[in-house]
Design a protein around this ligand. Structure first.
Ligand SMILES: [Zn+2]
Length: 171
């Protein structure tokens, strides 16, 4: 893995689907995507309860998708609560492959009725930390953004260093 000398300029990010990094593990390529739902530090971030529900419902959707389920390595929330990380086997194209998949996943959540999958004490580390109504609202907003003004290329700035020769990373 070559450490990129440029990093994302978070002041200029708009919601969209972005390649965060590409790693090679043996013969396999693994790609990490930022599924960015909010304009960082400009619009309010997603509430932790809603983000937790997004994690459960979208992970369940992706891991059951007949086309993509075997490519999904990981789905989970960003600590900054402005989006989620998606790690996929190979290098699916953000615009051609992942935009339709994310629109389907978030439309599924926007229309979701019933029990949140896995929201029980047995299956979840904090099963009371959920908000389906807010998650559905956030999902509908994200679908609107992906359908009206999707973005697939991150604005970058030179990567900052911290503590001498240590380089900053957020994931
Ligand atoms: Zn959970």
């Amino acid at each position: 893995m070559l450490i990129p000398s440029f990093q994302v300029d978070h002041t200029k990010i708009v919601p969209g689907i972005y390649v965060s990094r590409t790693d090679t593990l043996g013969a396999e390529t693994v790609t990490t995507y930022d599924i960015r739902m909010k304009h960082p530090n400009i619009e309010p971030a997603i509430h932790p309860n809603a983000m937790h529900t997004i994690e459960h419902v979208v992970a369940t959707f992706l891991r059951n998708d007949p086309v993509w389920k075997d490519k999904v390595v990981y789905w989970g929330p960003m600590g900054c609560l402005t989006g989620s990380y998606l790690i996929m086997k190979g290098a699916p194209d953000p615009e051609k492959d992942l935009a339709p998949l994310m629109i389907a996943a978030f439309r599924h959540l926007a229309d979701y009725e019933g029990e949140i999958p896995g929201a029980t004490a047995v299956n979840c580390g904090n099963f009371r930390l959920h908000d389906l109504a807010m998650a559905k609202w956030e999902a509908a907003e994200f679908v609107k953004r992906l359908e009206s003004a999707p973005s697939f290329k991150y604005p970058t700035v030179e990567r900052i260093k911290v503590e001498g020769d240590r380089t900053f990373f957020d994931s």
